[in-house]
Ligand binder design. Structure first.
Ligand SMILES: [Fe+2]
Ligand SMILES: [Fe+2]
Length: 195
């Protein structure tokens, strides 16, 4: 891919990721607020940690956009805020399984999103940024694991359709280095684990 095309695709993907983090943050905040019982303290704590990391991601992605002379997509920002608030509000009526299940599914997509972004960054000649994007992918991997574990403790898990489990965490870097070495094309964003 030509570096200028990679850069354009990277900006678009980072705008998506940036607003996606916003939706996630609002949704997790709503979920935290819906968990009021003392027995739910461990879930609240887990969500609070994830929330802090999503806010950090937003800050990091924002500075990446700035370094590419780009800005967030304001329309997408408004849309993702609405979506996040709606999901957050729904958490009050659905019980914990739906939100944990939905979050796990979403986080598995975030892993791929940052992996693809890292490849685009490499092709755009931004290797330092590629490295940071892989770190974000790894944190999303940790998030997916937390939500998968929590959701799978529910009796509904056995009868729910499951999203594809991410590849091992170490594959995030291994497959990236393989991509750099072999000069493979950047994979399309398909929401299934990169292999
Ligand atoms: Fe994130
Ligand atoms: Fe996340």
């Amino acid at each position: 891919m030509h570096p200028a095309d990679a850069r354009r695709a990277l900006v678009e993907l980072l705008q998506m990721a940036y607003s996606g983090e916003r939706a996630a943050a609002y949704a997790y905040l709503g979920h935290i607020r819906s968990l009021r019982r003392p027995a739910e303290a461990p879930d609240r704590e887990m969500l609070r940690q994830v929330l802090v990391e999503e806010i950090q991601h937003r800050r990091i992605v924002r500075s990446m956009l700035r370094s590419l002379d780009a800005a967030p997509d304001e329309r997408r920002e408004r849309k993702m805020r609405r979506i996040g608030l709606t999901i957050g509000a729904l958490c009050r009526v659905t019980g914990w399984y739906g939100p944990m299940y939905g979050a796990g599914r979403l986080e598995s997509r975030n892993v791929v999103e940052y992996e693809v972004a890292a490849r685009l960054a490499h092709q755009a000649g931004c290797d330092e940024m590629a490295h940071r994007l892989l770190e974000l992918a790894e944190v999303e991997w940790d998030h997916e694991r937390k939500f998968r574990e929590r959701a799978s403790s529910h009796r509904f898990w056995r009868v729910s359709p499951h999203w594809a489990a991410p590849a091992p965490r170490s594959d995030i870097r291994a497959t990236f280095h393989d991509f750099v070495r072999t000069d493979k094309p950047v994979p399309a964003l398909r929401w299934t684990p990169l292999r």
